[in-house]
Design a protein around this ligand. Structure first.
Ligand code: ATP
Ligand code: MG
Ligand code: ZN
Length: 361
């Protein structure tokens, strides 16, 4: 029997784990390190005291307007940033302890990973740096004297200059949003004719960018620097994207998972606190499952994940739930319940607990 936490993640990734029971939880005890916030008072928060267990998957719940985002962004994030960077900014709580257990804070939202068409899954995960290395090292590139920059669409040299490596041209339309047309010189391939004469395993750089993550994983299976990054994209359920798909065309959920895959590929980050505010908005059930698997994986590595969620399928998977309320606005801002999902489900007076009870049974 291996590490129970690791095998738990495996079950999620294989899609076997439909529902969690108490036996699947990472326990929270007296010896668990915690972030302790005392006397938070921003917006509707009423002298709120909360303890966030670290190295766990924690859900922050409560009806709309109960104070979740305020607690996460205004109080917690500001307080941690202040402590980490020794800033002297005002904080909306009396005290916060436990920040010494953290060395990094990352907020993951559904915003695009980079608004330019120059950013794509390959560049964002840095797999493209290694792919360009490979092409520059081919005998053909050496004979022609092509260096790394030759295989970039960001700088002149190897790219198509008609479209400046974008593969498309933007046409301004009066009174209408501008439209993109495929570049007639490179036919959307983004590189010039000479660059495309260089092949690695019978594929040129444009062919590689046109590959899906799944195809590329097979193609680069012997090159760990590239393969590992592709594997992470696959594990977050993005096997169908092409390496060159422009970041501007990715959905919110896809952009979010690309960010997470990059986090997963970073080895050695174990004291990071990840903050996610309603990450499942707009996601399909199966995508929610994939997201939870990735979050569990980050926690398995020793990180802390704090998620604001309304989705019961996510909440029921948490190691720990912090429920704010009891209602929205002035009638909220208090701690209603905290504990494992089972414990919160048993407590009266919590809307979350009431609905949680149904999905746990
Ligand atoms: N800038 C602000 N100034 C004054 N009041 C605010 C401000 N931002 C939020 N509030 C109020 O604070 C309360 C808590 O808001 P918050 O955004 O934290 O709720 P929430 O729990 O995140 O809700 P939701 O689930 O709808 O996102 C609400 O009553 C809201 O109207
Ligand atoms: Mg909110
Ligand atoms: Zn072109």
């Amino acid at each position: 029997m291996g590490d129970p936490v690791k095998s738990l993640t495996g079950k999620y990734l294989r899609g076997e784990l439909k529902i969690k029971g108490p036996e699947d939880r990472r326990a929270v005890g007296n010896d668990t390190p915690k972030l302790k916030i005392k006397g938070a008072y921003e917006h509707n928060l009423k002298n709120l005291n909360v303890e966030i267990p670290l190295r766990r998957f924690v859900c922050l719940t409560g009806v709309s307007g109960s104070g979740k985002s305020t607690l996460m962004h205004r109080v917690l994030r500001q307080a941690i940033v202040n402590k980490m960077f020794r800033l002297d900014k005002p904080v909306s709580c009396k005290s916060i302890t436990g920040t010494e257990y953290l060395d990094n804070l990352i907020t993951i939202n559904q915003g695009s990973i980079g608004r330019t068409s120059r950013s794509n899954p390959a560049t964002y995960t840095k797999a493209f740096d290694h792919i360009r290395d490979l092409f520059a090292a081919t005998p053909e590139a050496r004979i022609r004297g092509f260096k790394l920059g030759r295989f970039s669409f960001n700088v002149p040299g190897g790219r198509c200059e008609n479209c400046e490596g974008k593969g498309v041209l933007e046409i301004e339309m009066h009174f209408l949003p501008s439209v993109e047309v495929i570049c007639e010189v490179c036919k959307g391939k983004r590189f010039n004719h000479e660059t495309l004469q260089v092949y690695f395993k019978e594929k040129n750089i444009a062919d590689v960018l046109a590959m899906t993550v799944e195809e590329a994983e097979v193609f680069f299976r012997d090159i760990p620097m590239i393969y590992d990054k592709l594997k992470m994209l696959n594990e977050v359920g993005l096997d169908y994207l092409t390496l060159g798909q422009s970041a501007t065309t990715l959905s919110g959920g896809e952009a979010q998972r690309i960010k997470l895959s990059r986090e997963l590929a970073k080895h050695g980050t174990t004291k990071t606190l990840y903050l996610l505010d309603e990450p499942t908005t707009g996601l399909h059930y199966d995508d929610v499952r994939k997201l939870v698997a990735v979050l569990q994986r980050l926690v398995s590595q020793g990180n802390t994940v704090l998620v604001i969620e309304h989705n019961l399928d996510v909440i029921k998977c948490a190691d720990w739930v912090i429920d704010l309320g009891p209602e929205g606005g002035d009638k909220g801002g208090e701690l209603v319940a905290d504990g494992t999902p089972e414990e919160v489900a048993r407590k009266g007076g919590s809307f979350t607990g009431h609905y949680l009870k149904r999905v746990l049974n």
